[in-house]
Design a protein around this ligand. Structure first.
Ligand code: SF4
Ligand code: SF4
Length: 286
């Protein structure tokens, strides 16, 4: 089963929840940190990294000796990464998504592809957890290819927990796609509610069942729970606003290690997710 842990915005405690969930389960599992622009799960899980792999994307290289400057490559590029002048073809590698359309459609076979390094993938282990994360190079914008490389290591026979980047843009969709369940971590504030609503819209469009974890709860803002009730979103866990939890997080100590009394709550959270996923699968089969 693949469970992704997402949030409409950063700083809601998404990584805290993802890591606590992973550490509370005892079976052999995988943890994927797909927040490739700012991966930080390794700080808490402290995996021993035993493998590294460079991630690159194919970018076009134009042989102007063969080129007729017909402009087809620029026409087909959806990202304005290639421009054709009267006697020159300009390639903007930082905009290129490596889709290969320009080289495929060039009538003169004037475009070849060269690999451009955009990040790195690291694989390691932290006790029962196989750990995989990606790191996008500073200044690079193409997070999805690095995320795809990370997800390429998914073992479908294992429990997989994915730490999703914050927000609701392409890297989030790329990370969550294919999950059996998405856990949305939010906080009871107007900003939290606004960003949760955006995230729910995206996850529902992907057809993935979801539920909510309220972090830093108990501050008297009831609109978040009202929204969840109206939308039929199950609230699966409430974590209170607590200085000890914040202190542990700031020191890189996972919640369930610093406060083991939280472990049963995360085990129950996983059981609840399993029940929801099973019920969804039965519903789809009917
Ligand atoms: S499609 Fe090929 S031939 Fe036409 S401008 Fe681009 S590189 Fe040149
Ligand atoms: S590989 Fe795709 S994104 Fe890159 S320049 Fe060619 S068409 Fe554009």
């Amino acid at each position: 089963m693949i469970v992704s842990v997402a949030s409409g915005k950063g700083g809601t405690g998404k990584t805290l929840v993802a890591i606590s969930l992973a550490l509370s389960l005892e079976n052999e599992m995988q943890f994927l940190d797909c927040d490739v622009e700012e991966p930080n799960a390794h700080i808490f899980l402290k995996p021993v990294i035993d493998r590294q792999q460079i991630v690159s994307i194919p970018t076009p290289q134009v042989n102007e000796g063969k080129c007729t400057f017909c402009g087809k490559c620029a026409e087909v590029c959806a990202f304005n990464a290639i421009a054709v002048m009267p006697k020159k073809v300009l390639v903007f590698p930082e905009l290129c998504h490596g889709c290969g359309a320009c080289s495929y459609l060039c009538p003169e076979d004037a475009i070849s592809e060269v690999g451009k390094e955009i990040g790195i993938l690291e694989v390691g282990r932290a006790n029962h957890i196989e750990f995989i994360h990606g790191k996008l190079n500073v200044g690079e914008m193409m997070a999805p290819p690095v995320i795809r490389e990370v997800k390429g290591h998914i073992d479908p026979w294992k429990t997989v927990i994915i730490d999703v980047p914050p927000g609701t843009s392409c890297p989030v969709v790329e990370s969550v796609r294919g999950s059996d369940f998405c856990l949305l971590v939010t906080e009871p504030t107007p900003f939290g509610l606004n960003d949760l609503a955006l995230a729910v819209e995206v996850i529902r469009k992907l057809g993935i069942p979801c539920g909510v974890v309220i972090n830093r709860g108990g501050v008297g803002y009831n609109k978040l729970e009202e929204y969840c009730n109206t939308e039929g979103l199950p609230i699966l866990l409430r974590i209170p606003l607590d200085t000890e939890i914040a202190r542990l997080y700031s020191r890189g100590i996972p919640l369930v290690e610093g406060m083991p009394q939280w472990q049963p709550a995360f085990q129950q959270l996983f059981e609840d997710i399993q029940h929801i996923v099973s019920a969804e699968q039965v519903g789809r089969a009917k």
